[in-house]
Design a protein around this ligand. Structure first.
Ligand SMILES: C[S@@+](CC[C@H](N)C(=O)[O-])C[C@H]1O[C@@H](n2cnc3c(N)ncnc32)[C@H](O)[C@@H]1O
Length: 316
């Protein structure tokens, strides 16, 4: 049925404004959505292949083991909508099992998304594939004209929801209710709370791929905002905070230094952090309480080796 790509993505001013705002705050921070330039997308795929980072493999194993039950619980759908679809690999299982007529994938990394989504149209000739290069936090409504009619499933795998603090996660899940529409459903995958040493190791892989992913942000700012960060003067630092229930990822300044960026000079004290990502971990009941506040009612749960996939329907 074909493939269409539309670029609804943020312009350079959004990156500059968000980065300058983050660098002026205390602690300094940059939103994790800016990890995903072309190199960041490739590095994320490499992270998924690291022995310490089991999230992607475990979710795939869970889906393979429970697909018939999950598909039966979902029932017939006309469309699947996947925000933050990345390499579009995981949705293939659902396309096989549910055989929808429409797929809408969206990602802030527009060019890699288009390259990943186009083959789906070839491999599923009865499927209309719409790829949207867009920031769904900035403007999810921009996707509305592209949504298929009929019963929709919003698919949000990869524990991407863990990048949002509980209040922000609830707000995003409420937006996903609008995306799903009347009688819509949500299938979501997230990492469970587990041995903190295992969590710590996952974000500190021996090959240094997660460190390279974190530091690539500085290379992106150098290239796109004319900054002069020296990545050798920052250290990737990630740890599990059991009080907050999250991995915290930082770039810690190894020296007192000034960095020029977008015409401004930013001072880093020795040991000062630039916070780049939170990755919240949940218990199943904790997560369903958050989803409930967003108007979703739990309709199914599947667990595998510290990972959960939950199915939701609208509760009001
Ligand atoms: C952790 S990766 C997960 C990719 C894929 N869903 C999976 O499970 O393997 C997060 C993806 O979401 C995208 N992303 C992050 N923030 C986004 C935003 N605000 N708008 C659109 N896409 C976003 C990233 O570019 C990346 O491809």
């Amino acid at each position: 049925m074909g493939f269409a790509y539309t670029d609804l993505s943020v312009d350079r001013d959004d990156l500059r404004d968000d980065v300058l705002t983050g660098l002026a705050s205390s602690p300094k921070s940059i939103p994790p959505k800016y990890f995903y330039d072309d190199a960041g997308c490739r590095l994320f795929e490499a992270i998924c292949a690291q022995p310490e980072y089991a999230v992607c493999r475990t979710e795939q194993s869970l889906m393979a083991a429970h697909l018939p039950e999950i598909a039966a619980a979902i029932g017939a759908v006309e469309g699947i909508v996947e925000p933050g679809a990345g390499d579009c690999v995981k949705v293939r299982r659902l396309l096989d099992a549910l055989q929808p007529t429409h797929l809408v994938v969206m990602d802030i990394a527009g060019a890699p998304l288009a390259a990943a989504a186009e083959p789906l149209a070839r491999d599923y000739p009865a499927l209309a594939v719409t790829a949207l290069g867009m920031d769904f936090i900035h403007d999810l409504d921009a996707a509305t004209p592209y949504l298929p009619a009929g019963r929709r499933l919003v698919y949000y795998p990869g524990s991407s929801i863990g990048n949002f603090a509980p209040d922000a996660a609830a707000a995003l899940l409420a937006r996903f209710r609008q995306l799903a529409g009347a009688h819509g459903q949500l299938l979501i995958g997230f990492d469970l709370k587990k041995d903190p040493q295992r969590l710590h190791a996952a974000y500190n892989d021996a090959a240094g791929v997660t460190a390279a992913f974190n530091l690539n942000l500085l290379a992106r700012l150098n290239r796109e905002l004319g900054a002069d960060f020296d990545p050798a003067r920052f250290r990737h630092y990630a740890f599990y905070n059991p009080v907050a229930g999250r991995i915290e990822m930082h770039l810690v300044s190894l020296a007192e230094q000034d960095v020029n960026i977008a015409g401004q000079r930013v001072h880093f004290a020795l040991g000062e952090t630039l916070h780049t990502e939170h990755s919240y971990k949940f218990r199943g009941d904790e997560f369903s309480a958050i989803a409930h506040t967003a108007g979703w009612s739990l309709a199914g749960e599947w667990l595998h080796d510290g990972f959960a996939v939950q199915l939701y329907r609208g509760s009001r």
